[in-house]
Ligand binder design. Sequence first.
Ligand code: DGL
Length: 275
Amino acid sequence: MTNPSSLVRTVGVFDSGVGGLSVLKAIRRKHPTVDFIYIADSGNAPYGSRSAEFIENRASHITDSLVDAGAQIIVVACNTATAIAVAKLRAKLTIPIVAMEPAIKPAVTHTKTGVIGVLATERTIESPTVARLCREFGQGVKILLQPCPGLVELVERGELSSDYTHEYLRKLISPLIDQKADTLVLGCTHYVFLEPAIQLIAGVKVCIIESSAAVARQTMRHLGNEKNIAPGEHAGRELFLTTGSPENAQAIFSQLWGSPVEVQALEDKQFHSGV
Ligand code: DGL
């Protein structure tokens, strides 16, 4: 018989900001009844140009908040936090942690030209994680690593298709296409919201790969089948929290989530209020 205390009802998801909403949407599509607590550390975004120590401390603090709130699984919906902090989080916590890394392996499998481009934050691009992925899967393939400083900030401001965003994306992407990249990896969860603009600039023949569906599948494996999920009398709910200004967050969260949502301030010890 399943022990009721091991039933999973609440999944905690976090990112440096709003990018992880792309991951949350992918999981929600697969699971309509589980509850989510999402924390955007927007007060400290972007992580991508911060020190490793800073990112580790933030990831640790945010996951503590999610666990205090009752999260039974943590999803690190941030490539940068995964690359820098996931080993320490796993050493500290006993609950399952689902994390993510740039989809270099599937991109290498997909490329026909033998050239792929990887778009990610500076900290992710220079991380041992990316070095390992290139070493393990990059044999015989040219991997063009493209750091994208400033792109996260544009998404945080909801500038998904402004002239400036298009111009900046063109600067980042055109050199990759000129070098015959036929596959682009979005190695940052924020960039998923720029996919239409990136596709427009890269051209329809270029394949864009990101990891949210893979993370959703991995989360589903942890959630297990229905009998391991606590019976819920309601559709799954989301609690959206931010370390930034909730007033500022409201519009961008609603824009990216696709319907109006309420965003609350993350305050220490505010939890056990129920999702
Ligand atoms: N969404 C985060 C990622 O996937 C962005 C990190 C940042 O804030 O720079 O890497």
